[in-house]
Design a protein around this ligand. Structure first.
Ligand code: SF4
Length: 264
């Protein structure tokens, strides 16, 4: 379900590394990833995550006013929910915000799981300072579809990364969350390295409020043989992420890719 809403503010201060502001055109996200912890971040109390998306219909007008008076800073576009989720195709809120950010010469950092970002290449290439991050969690399209049902397929995301890179836009990959015993980290790093983004940021599964319940249901349905292993990781046991991050770092190094572990 889509609901149009009006907001009073557009930019909010961001505490994420490298960002000055956060800008989120949508509240709710129809990508409906099984591991999503955004509901706990925004205290979502409007039903099952993924079923309702609130479109901030007046956001460009509010942003336009704010950009005239705000101090310059990097704007993280889609810090909580995906700015290129399916509603963007119709509403173009992200696109209109980008037009304004370009006009006022604000640096922008985008993160998405959608190849719809390619629609805005005409704007992106005009920015002096812009970077686009593509999130990848698996190489297998069938599995990707189950974990992130509303997002672009893995192959579409890799193609988007390639096309953005080809026209000279700074690109990066958010490799995360690494799903224990599911994400094929070395094969994924190889596929990413072939495209040569500027860097990779790798992240663990974050068991914030509500996440374990969704992940447990997903594992029980699609990978029941892993349920004990996931329970162990959920309870904090095992050295899974220490080892897996070492594997990612060393594969990236071998492939000449800069890689960092998300420290948040
Ligand atoms: S794209 Fe991000 S915000 Fe949207 S459901 Fe997936 S993890 Fe959550």
């Amino acid at each position: 379900m889509i609901k149009e809403i009006k907001v009073k503010t557009a930019l909010s201060p961001s505490h994420l590394p490298g960002l000055g502001y956060a800008l989120n055109p949508y509240r709710g996200c129809s990508h409906a990833c099984v591991y999503c912890y955004a509901p706990s971040v925004i205290h979502w109390d409007k039903g099952k995550w993924g079923e309702l998306v609130e479109v901030k219909i007046n956001l460009p007008r509010i942003l336009s006013k704010e950009l005239r008076v705000k101090k310059k800073g990097v704007v993280g576009l889609g810090t909580v929910t995906d700015p290129y989720q399916p509603s963007e195709k119709k509403y173009e809120i992200t696109r209109r915000c980008l037009e304004l950010l370009l006009l006022h010469d604000f640096p922008v950092c985008i993160q998405t799981k959608s190849s719809l970002v390619l629609r805005d290449i005409d704007l992106l290439k005009e920015f002096k300072n812009v970077e686009v991050g593509i999130t990848l969690t698996a190489l297998d399209d069938t599995l990707g579809e189950k974990m992130e049902p509303g997002a672009s397929s893995v192959s579409e995301r890799l193609r988007a990364l390639f096309e953005l890179r080809e026209i000279g836009i700074k690109t990066w990959v958010f490799l995360g969350p690494v799903m224990p015993h599911i994400t094929e980290v070395e094969a994924l790093v190889d596929a990413i390295a072939a495209i040569k983004p500027d860097y990779v940021l790798v992240d663990r599964l974050r068991f914030k409020e509500g996440v374990w319940e969704n992940v447990r249901v997903f594992i029980q349905e699609f990978k029941p043989e892993l349920i004990n292993e996931y329970e162990k990781i959920f309870r904090g046991g095992g050295e899974y992420y220490g080892e897996i991050f070492e594997k990612v770092m060393s594969r990236c190094e071998k492939k000449g890719l800069r890689c960092e572990i998300n420290s948040l």
